[in-house]
Design a protein around this ligand. Structure first.
Ligand SMILES: [Fe+2]
Length: 440
């Protein structure tokens, strides 16, 4: 059974919860949401019968297997479930529509309990945490999710005018560093995950993965990687002080908006300094300098004689790369290739030329997760590789020349001579990171 079906069901469950909060059970909007949820649930369980969904450590599992994408996508709903002390949900087949409603109403806080003999049972799983998927890739997925969570939590408490708890960030960075070290290629592939709704959090984690990878390649040790991981994870945290209209403003910013934007490095650095904790000073330096340029321009204005700290220069390269490859409300995403070209152009001006060179070598001409179309019209995804230049890259056939999207991709080397173009995930109609478990 594909994860897609679980995600489809969870989406319709989320709709049930929303409608149940707004309207009484007999309302057509609630009934329609229930109808869809019932259909999607049926489609999800198919002929496998009973199924258990488990929430553990900010991740979602179907029986023992991790649901990588759903864990990130349904974070809000998982949190609501955790508030209701739900650790697992067993759906007995066939699940009744009334029980789906009761379950939704329970998550929404409308009802206080579920019928004990219903077809939806809470906290009745039959195996332990130890039996859940514990592979390196599952650990990597979990570290990703907890890093997203750490930035989200820190940002929200800053937005409430409170300081943030730095230890959560430290733990997230340590676990991200460990799992990225254990599977470096997979980590780079996972860094292609994007979220339109939570752009800043996902962008921060992606920047962090790239910065940790680059830091490791230039020979930094774990003591240095901690502040780099923290600084990159928190580099944009000062944006809480910038009005959202300014952040999402399409076109040119006026002087006032530009002044507001330019304050975010300083705001972020102050918040990190106030939070204290291991490595906080360097992390604050990174946040302060991530828009300062190699040639001394950029903001905030630093002296021409003093270049930004090498860690800040390193994060600036990774920040730019991920920002360019991500779609925003005001512009489309660019291909990895195009992002590398922007870095090349900015060598010596915006960016440290040595670091750009190492970064480009690390990513290769077609970075891991790139989607390429070949002369036969097939779409192939670049699997984790060594970087640099090669005539052939490891890859996977994901979309056939006839346009069929393969649920299980077929290993297929990518011959550089046969590459026609690089395709954006939005145009390819699939998310490279969703294939992590096959490609890595
Ligand atoms: Fe920034």
């Amino acid at each position: 059974m594909s994860e897609l079906k679980v995600r489809t069901f969870l989406k319709s469950l989320r709709r049930v919860i929303r409608q149940a909060t707004l309207y009484p059970v007999g309302h057509p909007a609630v009934q329609e949401a229930l109808h869809t949820a019932e259909f999607d649930l049926e489609d999800m369980v198919g002929d496998i019968g009973d199924m258990t969904l488990i929430i553990h450590d900010s991740a979602l599992y179907r029986d023992r297997g991790l649901l990588p994408h759903a864990s990130l996508e349904f974070e809000g709903m998982m949190r609501e479930m955790e508030k209701r002390a739900i650790e697992s949900v067993t759906l007995l087949s066939p699940t009744s529509r009334d029980d789906i409603y009761d379950f939704g109403a329970f998550i929404a806080g409308i009802s206080d309990d579920l019928p004990a003999d219903g077809t939806v049972r809470l906290n009745e799983r039959t195996f332990s945490d130890m039996e859940l998927d514990n592979s390196p890739l599952a650990n990597l997925r979990r570290s990703y999710a907890s890093s997203v969570d750490a930035v989200r939590t820190a940002t929200r408490s800053l937005a409430r005018g409170e300081g943030f708890e730095i230890n959560t960030v430290v733990r997230a960075v340590e676990s991200l560093t460990d799992s990225a070290m254990a599977s470096p290629g997979a980590a780079l592939l996972l860094s292609t995950v994007k979220s339109h709704d939570e752009y800043t959090y996902f962008h921060s984690v992606n920047t962090s993965i790239l910065a940790l990878a680059l830091g490791r390649i230039v020979g930094l040790d774990k003591n240095d990687l901690l502040p780099i991981g923290m600084g990159s994870l928190l580099h944009d945290i000062g944006k809480v002080a910038v009005p959202p209209e300014t952040l999402q403003h399409p076109g040119r910013l006026d002087d006032e908006q530009w002044r507001e934007i330019q304050l975010h490095p300083q705001e972020g650095a102050q918040a990190i300094m106030a939070a204290q904790g291991p490595g906080h000073e360097l992390a604050a330096t990174i946040a302060f300098e991530h828009h300062a340029r190699f040639d001394g321009k950029g903001y905030p204005a630093v002296s021409r004689e003093r270049q930004p700290h090498v860690f800040s220069r390193l994060v600036a390269v990774c920040d730019t790369y991920d920002a360019i490859t991500t779609r925003r409300s005001y512009r489309r995403a660019e291909t990895p290739n195009r992002a590398l070209r922007v870095l090349l152009t900015g060598m010596g001006g915006h960016y440290d030329p040595d670091l750009v060179r190492v970064f480009i070598k690390m990513m290769g001409v077609y970075p891991t997760g790139s989607i390429l179309r070949n002369t036969s019209g097939e779409m192939l995804m670049v699997a984790p590789h060594e970087g640099g230049q090669a005539d052939e890259l490891p890859g996977f056939l994901v979309r056939t020349s006839g346009g069929e999207l393969l649920e299980v991709p077929e290993p297929k080397p990518i011959v550089m001579d046969g590459v026609v173009e690089q395709v954006l995930p939005a145009d390819a109609g699939f998310d490279p990171a969703a294939y992590l478990e096959y490609a890595a």
